[in-house]
Ligand binder design. Structure first.
Ligand code: IDP
Ligand code: MG
Length: 138
């Protein structure tokens, strides 16, 4: 079983979409093996998105991720990393396929409602960045 890391971003939490996103996650056969609702700080968001620190959108991105509470999730399923990226849809909601979360819920490229790990190494880093081993109960 593969694990991946997901975030329901502030724009979605703000619009009361936690339940709708979780419903889709469970309907697609993922098991939610850990979950918490937190308010990120700038240093924590910067550390999380360190791979993007040279990008022009880094400051806006990290600030918007701290603009309200987020829901952090560890998801499990066979091929979870790719499956969750597929369910999320393209980064830019204008390019996201019909039936994806970003197509349905995102408001813009920055406020695109959900995050997902993009590779096995990223998933390991991202899960361990927010969750201790004892918080993950498969
Ligand atoms: P991903 O979330 O689909 O993996 P990344 O390229 O890793 O996309 O970018 C991280 C996040 O940064 C995106 O989800 C989006 O919120 C934001 N982002 C990416 N590209 C841009 C941009 O060109 N302008 C503003 N925000 C962006
Ligand atoms: Mg990414």
């Amino acid at each position: 079983m593969e694990q991946t890391f997901a975030i329901i971003k502030p724009d979605a939490v703000e619009r009361n979409l936690i339940g709708k996103v979780l419903e889709r996650i469970e309907a697609e056969g993922f098991r939610i093996i850990s979950m918490k609702r937190v308010l990120l700080t700038i240093p924590i968001a910067e550390g999380f998105y360190h791979v993007h620190k040279e990008r022009p959108f880094f400051k806006d991105l990290t600030k918007s991720m701290c603009g309200g509470p987020v829901v952090l999730l560890v998801l499990e399923k066979e091929g979870a990393i790719k499956a969750w990226r597929k369910l999320m849809g393209a980064t830019n909601p204008a390019e996201a396929d019909e039936g994806t979360l970003r197509k349905e819920f995102a408001v813009s490229l920055e406020k695109n409602s959900v995050h997902g790990s993009d590779a096995p190494e990223t998933a390991v880093f991202e899960i361990s960045y927010f969750f201790s081993q004892t918080e993950i109960i498969p």
